[in-house]
Design a protein. Structure first.
Lengths: 720, 331, 244
């Protein structure tokens, strides 16, 4: 997600966040507002919605990774009992680029009937050769080299470097695997009016996408997503299956629900591109980085994608980087929580850690030695490194590579740094204050686990001086004021800024009415403790009800937008993470004993849910480091591990002790609200991989660090 | 899932009648935790499920002439908690208690665990137990990271998935089978076979037969232990398991040994060479290591499953060390 | 616990195939979960199920099934292939149990059957008749929270929330049997469930905190007293805390 520049040229009043002493709810620990609905099972997700007369949609999928559709006859499904609509998605002649691509669809009165109808469709393919093994670059039928990025004289500096290392590192593709699969229910309320319940992280955008795909006015589309079972970057689009679902509903004249089956979700609904790199780094004997070259490649499907920003964080003065995209016959990758950064961190931090080992230095010292080339986050990193060191005892407990203690279980420490943007996105908010002194905020945003509702409520209540239970938050409906997708960690900054501006605009109206009553100027008033009062003389006050009575029986409504006047959000956060792992060198089993994450994100709206994002990132990161890998069969090109049994994720017993420290207070709060959903996801793999190298004495150059990979590395002495 | 018939007999005889003799036509339903998944994926398509839960006498652990009789329908959670079994064979209750996760242990049965189908992802993706395409195995060119390193001269490359089979085979368990011809009792080891032709199964059940009981001989002072190499604590499969049963003299010399490997071959793998190494010798870490080496001396692996040789070796060594109660201090 | 009203003399599997063929109660039933003549024909092509004279066989069409869910009796007509999860969600609109993997691995569909946590996706409804089944909807009345759910809220043991009901039910089964669990017990008891947002840290605290409070009164939602068990949990100070 690109950062957006603040647009400060409007005439609107410059908005600010309250000073530290005036914050009542901001920065406190507020429990997730929709927590009770979720923890009691009463929250209704898309998967749970069932409008009257609803049909089930199912799709026929191509079993081949690369094929030409030579014949398709949907008519056998047409007449089957319970079948209400049949739809050919692709036409004969179409070239299919990945396995489980959608070919045709049916809607029937039950899921079982729809499944049976799908099986009855007659289809023929001409199977074409596939390529899915991009780690073997030389074997790739097609390689698309990207532009070479250079700075200074990389080759010269490398030749002159006092110490240098060369390494190859590989990260496998990993899936999003949201708990709630992609899917939607499409319901035509009128011939050209569509209501869609959609598991999406882009409620506003989904409405336009449906409209475009269906050729109807966007104003006729309503998208609802009260609760969303995860997104992580996989749910920005309504996808072909969304449009197909609407087409089925139209043909059938009834609402149709179509949710992806888990095997399809894991095979076609998104993954993080693979990343491979050959890297050389040079440094002075004191650890000062002088040279970097990297040749990276990877695949994100036919179009391919994913150029990891190398070198990561450290702008080494003489550097050269080139990335090649390798098209493969597997479904297109999607933005995966902090796109390209986890791979970049793994590739860079592994190489720097190997360099530190060659220098005979503690990687902590190599990092601190080079903080000057991290740019404007230098001070943040420096502060975070000190805290992380204290929490982990890194400098004190660190040992040179290879735990020399007896026994097969070796222990080691590793670290990594990361950065991310996170500026609040475009968002609009409408605030209404009712005569009974309750307030509501409407934003067509979504909660994919973010805590969006909670954040909006905290900002609104804090701004209006009302208790939390006096505010209602309405999101997840495209009829509310537009808001951007939840991607790039932009949501919290966006919705909190828009809400703040809307609340302040509403207050302006209230202050204007209340000022004469309180014999003060409007700018002398404040809203606090359930009252509208004179700042300098808090006893001169109206209760909110009294203030609202001045408007008769009408509520007060105001809107706010982000970006807008005033710096309510910013971009650019830094984080430091450290890992303490044990590795059994006889079994290759790696266990995370402890992780420390120190993270900044500007002004924290709700500490509880902000911390949860960091814990969640650590856990998801541990999972990707230990086990996650999409396994594509070289023989058939299909995804072999498309269930929870074989697509392995960490469970509750696999995560170790987790310590999270948020950077707050002076130096951080003034920057305004910045998102934190992605940045802490960047470093875990890198930190864990480095800790493993520290433990066993050799680099495990492949991610995930499964027993197989660890044992392979031990037998090859770390050479990939 | 395809449509099915369902029956809930109350006797073994009824069950056998309902099952008929074509395993593709009707299947016994015990815990169902895996069978239903196979049916949803279209890998198994029995037209009828015959629930065995209503049959009296197929659950529980009973002592009998020094040994134990365990009903095949005993769920793993009950097995893990059984006092008599835990007293005689703590290695068995421990293995049952570690297996999968609670929701599976609460419904999955001993019989289901012993007879479950392989987890091979080619089989589960519908390519058949032998994973053949155009008469040729897909495994050597495919992704075989979890596949067999022993008993893999072909055409079967999957691994036997049961976590309990190795330890039960090691202690000399017997299986009681009931079928159209009545009851028979065989060594549990003999229940397993390596299929050689498409269409053959990995279990030596005769048409219409069900597993009704497992008999364990008295532990009789044998030293018994298992070691599982399992990456995750949450719901995961062992990558290699070794179970050992040793008869030892009071001064630590091995007189009889059974070493059985799991998840490394298409059947629970009795490592005779490892037992030979142990016999007549005093068990220490060096001997345990040697036995581990012997257990895999004839293993055949390629690039992607080579690590399993190391895992199997380690599992044997550690199971032996655990069985003998050796404190490993030489690193 | 035994519910006398649930006892009756109907066969354990509901209506039998003989009844069906005689034109009994199930004849012509092709309801929302109906099956196809086509499918029956397909079945016949693959070879019929064995003939078993004198023995009752149910289905493959819809047959009466009696379920005992949250202390209520439900008489339904479903096909033998219908899973408990699909019946809960599709027939009874009890959507707290989620369908995620549908293959008995992820835990999102966890319910309590006969006092034990099970995957509802891996049980046939017809095979669990008359046995007590608890779903998350039974934990508290609408508008109230069970102390265990409240602990999940207090410790933010959820993000997207899709896995949460399954975890709550697995945790309930654990605490019902192990009222004072250790951290290891919690990890063992919840090892059959997966979360994608990464909320295990909060869950460990939530379940430990709820221990000993399972019989507390349900808590009105919005009362602010999210967890009666709050005090039992390690306190996290502003600015940092450890989830050990």
């Amino acid at each position: 997600m690109a950062d957006q520049a603040d647009d400060s040229k409007t005439d609107a009043k410059v908005a600010t966040w309250p000073k530290a002493e005036d914050r009542r709810l901001l920065g406190q620990r507020t429990s997730r507002l929709d927590g009770p609905a979720k923890a009691s099972g009463r929250a209704k997700y898309t998967y749970d919605i069932k409008p009257p007369g609803m049909l089930w949609g199912k799709m026929l999928r191509c079993p081949h990774a690369h094929a030409r559709l030579t014949a398709l006859d949907v008519s056998p499904a047409q007449g089957m009992p319970g079948v209400k609509a049949v739809y050919a998605i692709q036409k004969p002649g179409a070239e299919i680029q990945w396995s489980l691509d959608e070919v045709a669809a049916v809607a029937a009165t039950s899921e079982a009937l729809a499944e049976a109808a799908v099986k009855a469709i007659k289809v023929e393919y001409e199977v074409l050769p596939h390529f899915v093994t991009e780690e073997k670059l030389a074997a790739a039928p097609q390689v698309n080299p990207g532009k070479e990025e250079t700075e200074g004289d990389a080759a010269g500096a490398l030749a002159a470097a006092e110490v240098k290392i060369k390494g190859s590192y590989f990260a496998a593709p990993v899936a999003h695997n949201c708990m709630e699969a992609h899917g939607q229910i499409c319901h035509w309320t009128e011939p050209d009016h569509l209501t869609a319940w959609c598991s999406t992280q882009a409620v506003s955008g989904a409405a336009s996408q449906f409209a475009e795909g269906l050729g109807i006015p966007a104003a006729n589309v309503r998208v609802i997503a009260d609760y969303v079972g995860g997104g992580f970057g996989a749910k920005f689009n309504v996808d072909r299956w969304g449009i197909v679902c609407a087409q089925l509903a139209k043909l059938a004249g009834a609402p149709v629900k179509m949710m992806l089956e888990r095997h399809a979700e894991l095979a076609v609904a998104g993954d993080r591109p693979s990343a491979f790199a050959e890297i050389e780094v040079g440094a002075k004997k004191d650890g000062t980085l002088t040279a970097w070259t990297s040749k990276s490649w990877g695949s994100g499907g036919p179009g391919s994608a994913g150029n990891p920003p190398l070198p990561y964080v450290f702008q080494i003065p003489n550097r050269k980087h080139q990335h090649s995209a390798v098209p493969t016959h597997r479904a297109s990758s999607r933005a995966w929580r902090a796109p390209n950064h986890p791979q970049a961190a793994f590739l860079t931090m592994s190489a720097l850690d190997d360099l530190a080992a060659a220098l005979g230095m503690n990687p902590f010292d190599v990092v601190t030695q080079n903080l000057a080339i991290t740019g404007r986050l230098e001070k943040t990193y420096r502060e975070e490194l000190e805290i992380a060191d204290q929490l982990m005892g890194f400098r004190q407990r660190w040992h040179p590579r290879g735990d020399a203690t007896r026994g097969p279980v070796k222990r080691g420490l590793g670290m990594s740094l990361h950065t991310w943007g996170g500026r609040g996105h475009r968002s609009n908010c409408e605030v209404t204050i009712h005569p009974d002194a309750t307030a509501e905020a409407k934003i067509s945003s979504q909660d994919i686990g973010t805590g969006t509702r909670t954040v909006i409520a905290v900002v609104l209540a804090d701004s209006l001086g009302l208790p939390l239970d006096a505010v209602q938050v309405r999101i997840g409906d495209s009829r509310y004021p537009a808001s951007s997708a939840s991607g790039g960690s932009t949501t919290v900054g966006g919705v909190s800024s828009a809400t703040r501006r809307a609340a302040l605009a509403a207050l302006d109206q209230v202050f204007a009415k209340a000022a004469p009553e309180l014999k003060a100027a409007p700018e002398e008033l404040e809203a606090a403790e359930g009252k509208i009062r004179v700042k300098a003389a808090p006893d001169r006050a109206l209760t909110w009800r009294q203030a609202m009575a001045l408007f008769g029986r009408s509520p007060v409504t105001a809107t706010g937008a982000n970006p807008g006047a005033g710096n309510l959000t910013d971009s650019g956060v830094g984080g430091v993470q450290m890992a303490d792992v044990t590795v059994d060198v006889e079994t290759g089993i790696l266990k995370v004993q402890k992780m420390v994450a120190v993270q900044d994100c500007g002004l924290i709206v709700d500490l509880k849910t902000a911390e949860s994002q960091v814990y969640g990132s650590l856990i998801m990161g541990i999972s990707t480091a230990l086990a996650e890998e999409k396994v594509i069969d070289p023989v058939t090109g299909i995804t072999l591990n498309h269930d929870f049994e074989t697509y392995k994720m960490a469970g509750i017993g696999d995560i170790g002790e987790l310590v999270v420290r948020m950077m707050t207070g002076p130096g951080y709060d003034e920057r305004g609200v910045i998102g934190v959903g992605e940045p802490p996801m960047v470093s875990p793999l890198a930190a864990i991989a480095n800790a493993a190298a520290n433990a066993i004495g050799v680099r495990v150059p492949w991610a995930p660090l499964t027993p197989r990979r660890v044992l392979d590395a031990l037998s090859t002495k770390g050479v990939a | 899932m395809h449509p099915i018939e369902y029956a809930s007999p109350v006797t073994r005889e009824q069950a056998v009648k309902l099952l008929g003799t074509d395993p593709a036509a009707a299947a016994p339903l015990a815990g169902g935790s895996d069978l239903l998944a196979l049916m949803k994926d279209g890998v198994e398509t029995p037209r009828r499920l015959v629930s065995l839960k209503g049959i009296a006498g197929l659950t529980g652990v009973r002592s009998e002439s020094g040994g134990l009789r365990i009903g095949a329908l005993t769920v793993l959670d009950d097995l893990a908690a059984d006092a008599a079994l835990g007293f005689e064979y703590p290695a068995v209750t421990a293995a049952a208690g570690r297996l999968a996760g609670p929701q599976i242990r609460n419904v999955a049965t001993l019989g289901g665990n012993l007879l479950q189908r392989p987890r091979c992802w080619y089989y589960r993706n519908g390519f058949g137990l032998l994973a053949q395409r155009d008469g040729k195995s897909m495994i050597p060119d495919g992704d075989y990271r979890y596949h067999a390193i022993l008993g893999n001269e072909g055409p079967a490359y999957f691994v036997s998935p049961s976590t309990l089979a190795p330890v039960l085979v090691a202690v000399g368990a017997q299986a009681v089978l009931f079928g159209p011809q009545g009851e028979r009792r065989i060594e549990l080891e003999k229940l397993y076979r390596i299929p050689k032709q498409p269409g053959e199964r990995e279990h030596d059940l005769r048409p219409g037969e069900i597993l009704t009981e497992i008999h364990l001989p008295p532990a009789a002072g044998r030293k018994i232990a298992s070691y599982e190499v399992r990456q995750r604590t949450s719901l995961d499969w062992s990558l290699a398991t070794a179970s050992v049963a040793l008869e030892m003299t009071p001064d630590g010399k091995v007189t009889q040994a059974r070493v059985v490997l799991g998840q490394v071959a298409p059947m629970p793998w009795v490592a005779l060479a490892a037992a030979d190494v142990l016999k007549g010798k005093r068990l220490d870490v060096a001997l345990a290591t040697q036995a581990g080496e012997a257990a895999v001396h004839n293993a055949v692996a390629l690039e992607k499953n080579r690590y399993k040789i190391q895992l199997a070796k380690t599992a044997v060594k550690r199971a032996l060390i655990a069985a003998a109660g050796i404190i490993e201090d030489e690193g | 616990m035994a519910d006398e009203h649930d006892r009756d003399d109907s066969p354990p599997g509901g209506i039998s195939r003989r009844d069906f063929l005689r034109g009994g109660a199930a004849a012509g039933a092709l309801g929302s979960a109906g099956m196809l003549v086509h499918e029956i024909a397909e079945a016949a092509k693959k070879g019929p199920a064995p003939v078993a004279e004198g023995l009752e066989v149910f289905g493959p069409g819809p047959v009466p099934v009696r379920l005992r869910i949250n202390d209520q009796r439900y008489d339904l007509k479903v096909e033998p292939r219908a899973t408990l999860l699909d019946v809960l969600r599709e027939e009874l609109e009890l959507t707290g149990a989620k369908r995620v993997c549908d293959r008995g691995t992820c835990g999102a569909c966890t319910v309590i059957l006969n006092g034990k946590a099970v995957y509802a996706c891996s049980q046939l409804a017809i095979d669990v008749q008359r046995q007590p089944i608890e779903t998350i909807e039974s934990l508290a009345r609408p508008g109230y929270l069970h102390p265990l759910s409240a602990a999940f809220v207090e410790h933010d043991a959820q993000q997207c929330g899709f896995c949460t009901p399954g975890f709550v039910m697995a945790a309930k089964a654990l605490l019902d049997h192990t009222p004072s669990p250790t951290l290891k017990d919690v990890q063992h008891g919840l090892s059959g469930n997966f979360c994608r947002c990464g909320t295990y840290a909060g869950m460990r605290l939530a379940v430990l905190a709820a221990a000993g409070h399972m019989d507390d009164d349900e808590i009105p939602i919005g009362s602010g007293d999210a967890a009666g068990a709050k005090e039992a949990a390690p306190k996290g100070g502003k600015g940092g805390k450890a989830h050990g």
